[in-house]
Design a protein around this ligand. Structure first.
Ligand SMILES: [Zn+2]
Length: 125
């Protein structure tokens, strides 16, 4: 898709809306491979020069997502990519699979989720 200021704004708005529904802080959003390369290496480590291959990448520990707008062909996959990356941020323990896909679908339908809490270590009585 053509990354013009209007689309850039719409992506940021969508990220804001879904971040609120997922009860996560709004992540930093990168939209070009140039912006990925301009980030400190510590942030994008592991998915830096390879980021261009993907529709989206999340940099979990740095609350940062890359939405590869120019590679994404249409609105449907744009929304799907945004929600996919935010599911990674909200459910950091979850890898790709059926449960992950189901959360993406629920997210796209407007579901809301309570904040993520690390499970407290169980104490002995
Ligand atoms: Zn993923």
């Amino acid at each position: 898709m053509r990354l013009d200021p209007d689309l850039r704004l719409r992506v940021l708005e969508a990220v804001g809306v879904y971040a609120a529904r997922f009860s996560i802080p709004e992540p930093r959003v990168l939209m070009t491979t140039r912006e990925v390369l301009d980030m400190p290496r510590a942030v994008t480590e592991g998915r830096r020069t390879s980021a261009y291959k993907y529709y989206g990448v999340s940099y979990l520990r740095h609350s940062t997502v890359f939405i590869n707008v120019r590679k994404i062909p249409d609105e449907r996959r744009l929304a799907n990519t945004i929600v996919h990356e935010l599911v990674h941020l909200r459910f950091p323990y979850l890898s790709h699979g059926r449960r992950f896909d189901s959360l993406v679908r629920r997210g796209l339908r407007g579901a809301t989720f309570p904040p993520y809490r690390k499970r407290a270590p169980r104490r002995r009585a």
